[in-house]
Ligand binder design. Structure first.
Ligand code: BEZ
Length: 251
């Protein structure tokens, strides 16, 4: 499983929850609703949802994230649970998830779990990386490793970026009615001159866990060179994110 540095996440990757604020409007939480946030990270969006008057439960597979979430937002229920294996009695009016499901390998199982915990009529509102997401970064990691002859363990590749068709099939197989589903490009600015290095440090570290620090640093530097012509724009680094966003309903 990926080891998460919750402090780096909050300091340098705030854009994850900033973009998610827009997804909270899409969820449109209502006073009195009970909402489950799957892959809640350090809890910022769970808190935003709770400010609308909903009761929120946040789950995340990473203990380090949940510890920080509990510290920041002591009035919200957070616990360590994995999207592929969580269980609650059906009690939620809505399930919400931002930028988390692409970290989960068995997405059909995740979607089924979300369905199972909803009350009849409940909605599932989520966004995740879709097909083509960060393709230039993925390609650069491979190219850098080949150029430098530094072999990382490719079985540690942590992401699944489904097509719209694949995600729609998962939803329908689970029993959902799809209200809306979109797949679209969303270029995402990374903070600062070291934006791409910070991104690699935060999100791709797990793939390189069998390398020395020097080998990892060399891959980061090579990736930075490979990616600069494509991703360094007038105002800094911009990652090639593609999103899938949907609203689905349990009948
Ligand atoms: C994403 O939100 O698309 C993403 C973030 C980190 C790593 C991979 C994908």
């Amino acid at each position: 499983m990926t080891d998460w540095n919750a402090t780096l996440y909050d300091n340098k990757h705030k854009f994850v929850s900033n973009f998610g604020e827009d997804l909270v409007s899409f969820l449109n939480p209502q006073k009195g609703e009970h909402v489950l946030d799957v892959g809640c990270g350090t809890g910022d969006l769970a808190y935003d949802i709770s400010k609308k008057g909903a009761t929120v439960t946040g789950i995340d597979a990473a203990l380090s994230m949940i510890e920080v979430a509990k510290e920041k937002y002591p009035d919200i229920h957070f616990n360590v649970q994995n999207g592929e294996n969580f269980y609650f009695d059906p009690q939620f009016h809505a399930v919400f998830s931002n930028a988390a499901i692409h970290w989960m390998k068995n997405q059909q199982k995740v979607i089924q779990n979300c369905y199972d915990v909803l009350l009849p009529g409940g909605r599932f509102v989520a966004e995740l990386g879709g097909a083509n997401n960060i393709q230039s970064i993925v390609d650069a990691i491979k190219e850098a490793s080949e150029r430098l002859s530094i072999l990382y363990d490719a079985t540690l590749f942590p992401w699944v970026f489904p097509t719209k068709k694949e995600m729609a099939e998962h939803l329908i197989n689970a029993g959902f009615n799809i209200i809306t589903i979109e797949h679209y490009e969303r270029p995402t600015p990374l903070v600062g001159e070291d934006g791409i290095r910070n991104w690699l440090e935060m999100f791709s570290n797990n793939m390189f866990k069998n390398l020395t620090n020097e080998e990892k640093e060399a891959i980061h530097s090579e990736c930075e060179c490979i990616l600069r012509p494509q991703l360094y724009k007038e105002n800094g680094w911009v990652a090639d994110y593609w999103r899938i966003r949907f609203i689905a309903q349990k009948p």
